[in-house]
Design a protein around this ligand. Structure first.
Ligand SMILES: NC(=O)C1=CN([C@@H]2O[C@H](COP(=O)(O)OP(=O)(O)OC[C@H]3O[C@@H](n4cnc5c(N)ncnc54)[C@H](OP(=O)(O)O)[C@@H]3O)[C@@H](O)[C@H]2O)C=CC1
Ligand SMILES: O=C(O)C1=N[C@H](C(=O)O)C[C@H](O)C1
Length: 263
């Protein structure tokens, strides 16, 4: 990135677990400038209340945010679609980590961004270990059609299963050349066998002490393969978010998955 170009950034969901890390990352990144933060349920919009400089706009309505190059979203699954729609319509390049977008919603956002030739990124996971896990799982699924996913997260996680697990299941389903041995659609033990996502059982664990972890188990004739990734700290997501901020302004459409912008 050129020394003189600084991208202005707003952070949506700034008070949350990921929002707080993101605000710090942006403030410490010489290529980025934090100009605004957004969260709808605020008792104060005084930036000093949140340890922010006085020139940073704290908004409890998106329309109060200043214009900026980039909109980073770590909000909640129920709001992410409206937030990203707002961002694209107002010319912010979206960098979206929030889970919960339906495929049809992603398609709508893609069309909206394309109409404006606006680049953006939606990443189910900004951690390199998770991105690699998904790629390795896709590779393994060609030879091991029988797979199950166990995702493990902190107790504060609002959604289940995780966005990463859903994405992994979709990739496995697409990559496997044979059907799984057990037809999941006919499973009687519905709940104990997990949520079936594209024919792949996904099990969600919520425990104190955990941050974000995923394991994919493949079983074959007399052998098994396990692929696992662990995010022990939310710092693990920040280099991916920083990279996305650097790349989205050079894109002319909305892409899904960090792997699409990795060098
Ligand atoms: N892609 C990735 O790599 C990662 C993605 N995630 C995802 O990011 C999202 C956020 O995670 P996390 O930070 O742990 O969650 P938190 O619940 O800690 O934070 C969410 C924040 O969003 C705020 N919020 C509520 N409504 C809105 C809205 N309409 N617009 C903007 N902000 C809003 C909440 O405020 P209030 O509480 O006042 O309502 C809260 O402060 C989740 O979907 C999670 O799965 C998490 C980690 C990594
Ligand atoms: O809520 C989280 O913490 C995480 N959410 C994302 C997901 O649902 O996949 C990414 C990561 O697993 C952490």
């Amino acid at each position: 990135m050129s020394e003189n170009i600084k991208y202005s950034v707003v952070v949506s969901g700034f008070k949350g677990a990921m929002g707080q890390y993101t605000v710090q990352m942006v403030r410490n990144n010489p290529d980025l400038e934090l100009v605004g933060v957004y969260s709808p349920h605020l008792s104060s919009t005084d930036p000093t209340t949140f340890g922010l400089e006085k020139n940073i706009i704290v908004a409890n309505e998106a329309t109060q945010l200043p214009k900026a190059d980039i909109w980073i979203d770590f909000s909640v699954p129920s709001s992410v679609f409206e937030n990203v729609k707002f961002a694209i319509k107002h010319g912010y390049h979206p960098v979206v980590g929030t889970t919960g977008l339906q495929d049809s919603q992603v398609d709508k956002l893609h069309v909206l961004a394309k109409e404006q030739s606006l680049g953006g990124l939606i990443a189910p996971n900004f951690g390199l270990s998770a991105v690699l896990l998904m790629q390795f799982a896709q590779q393994a699924a060609r030879y091991f059609p029988d797979a199950e996913i166990i995702e493990m997260h902190h107790q504060g996680k609002k959604d289940a299963p995780s966005g990463t697990a859903i994405n992994t299941a979709k990739k496995i389903s697409k990559a496997r050349s044979q059907k799984a041995t057990e037809s999941m659609e006919n499973s009687n033990a519905k709940f104990a066998r997990g949520l079936i996502v594209d024919g792949v059982p996904v099990h969600a664990v919520r425990l104190p002490g955990y941050v974000a972890h995923e394991q994919v188990l493949f079983g074959g004739e007399g052998e098994a393969l396990t692929i696992r990734q662990d995010s022990f700290d939310r710092k693990s997501f920040m280099s991916g978010v920083a990279l996305a901020c650097k790349k989205v302004t050079q894109l002319s459409e909305l892409v899904v998955g960090l792997e699409n912008i990795l060098d």
